[in-house]
Write a protein that binds this ligand. Structure first.
Ligand code: BTN
Length: 269
C-alpha cells in the first residue's frame, strides 16, 4: 500500500518555468495548465491544425478521455500523476517512427536529474517500467508536419487494486518512497524535451541508443509481438540502430520489427 494517497502540490506554471534553462525559455512557445481536459494530446492536435508551432506544452490535473497507444484508454485520475503533451514540428518527409524511443530516454534522463536512483527500465517501443509494472507511457500523434508528444507519468495512484488491474501500473512516489515534487519533475521534463528534440532532429536516434540498450527490459527474453496482420514469437535480441525490435524466431530467422505490441510470451507484462 502506498503511503502517499493525497495530492499536496498542484501544477503551477511559475514553478515549472523556473526549471527551464534560458535557451529553453526561448524555445517554449506556450505553457498551459488545465484542471480538467478531454486529452492533452487531442487538445494540442486541434490547436496545431490552425497554428503549427513547436514548443507548445500543456499539462492537466485530470483527463476524462486520456488516450493510450493502440486505441486504448489512458486512465487519468486526479491523483497527482503527470499528463503532459508538447508539440514539435518536423520536416515534411522526416520519418519519426523511432522518436518514441528517444522520448523514453529523455524521460529516463529526467528521472535521473530529479534524483531517482532506482533502476527504471524501458520496454520496446516506448514504455517505462519498474519491476515489470508501467511507470510511464508515450503516445506520439501527427498532424501534418507537427508531432504531438504525449507523456503520462504515474506518480500517485488512487486505488492500487484498480490501477494495477487496468494498467499493471506503479507510481513514482511508491518507487522512491517519498512524495514527489511534481512541478519540479514537470519542469525538468519540459526542459529535457526542449533540449533534446533539436538534437534528435539533427542526429536521429544515435545519441539515445546506448542508454536505451542499457535499460532494455526485454533483452534476451522470450516474447510475443503482435501486429495487425502477423504474430511473432521468439527471443528478443535488442534493437537495431534504427530502433527496430530484433526478434529471433524458433527457426533462427531474425526479424526487424518497426511496430507492434511486445509482451513476454510466458505471462503478461
Ligand atoms: C501508452 O502507453 O499507451 C501511452 C500513454 C500516453 C498517455 C499520455 S497522458 C498525456 C497525453 N494525453 C493523452 O491523452 N495521452 C497522453
Amino acid at each position: 500500500m502506498s503511503h502517499f494517497t493525497y495530492l499536496d502540490e498542484f501544477l503551477d506554471s511559475h514553478s515549472i518555468l523556473s526549471e527551464l534553462d534560458q535557451v529553453n525559455q526561448a524555445r517554449l512557445n506556450r505553457l498551459e495548465i488545465f484542471d480538467t481536459i478531454d486529452s492533452t494530446n487531442a487538445y494540442l492536435l486541434q490547436q496545431v491544425r490552425r497554428q503549427p508551432v513547436s514548443g507548445w506544452v500543456c499539462f492537466a490535473e485530470t483527463q476524462v478521455q486520456g488516450r493510450g497507444r493502440l486505441g486504448r484508454e489512458w486512465y487519468s485520475p486526479r491523483s497527482g500523476n503527470l499528463y503532459c503533451s508538447m508539440t514539435w514540428c518536423v520536416e515534411q518527409q522526416q520519418e519519426v517512427a523511432n522518436l518514441s524511443l528517444a522520448v523514453a530516454v529523455i524521460i529516463l534522463r529526467t528521472l535521473k536529474k530529479y534524483g531517482v536512483t532506482q533502476e527504471v527500465g524501458v520496454k520496446w517501443p516506448n514504455d517505462l517500467l519498474f519491476s515489470g509494472k508501467k511507470l510511464a507511457g508515450i503516445l506520439l500523434e501527427r498532424s501534418g508536419e507537427t508531432i504531438v508528444i504525449g507523456i503520462g507519468i504515474n506518480i500517485l495512484l488512487p486505488d492500487k487494486s484498480l490501477s494495477s488491474l487496468i494498467q499493471q501500473a506503479i507510481g513514482l512516489a511508491e518507487i522512491t518512497g517519498h512524495p514527489v515534487q511534481r512541478n519540479r519533475l514537470a519542469g525538468l521534463l519540459v526542459n529535457e524535451l526542449l533540449t533534446q528534440l533539436p538534437i534528435y532532429a539533427k542526429e536521429g536516434l544515435q545519441p539515445y541508443l546506448h542508454e536505451w540498450r542499457q535499460h532494455d527490459e526485454l533483452l534476451g527474453k522470450m516474447i510475443h509481438v503482435s501486429l495487425p496482420d502477423r504474430q511473432y514469437t521468439g527471443k528478443m535480441c535488442g534493437i537495431s540502430d534504427a530502433g527496430e525490435l530484433l526478434l529471433e524466431d524458433e527457426k533462427g530467422i531474425m526479424h526487424a520489427l518497426c511496430s507492434g505490441e511486445a509482451t513476454l510470451s510466458k505471462g503478461f507484462l
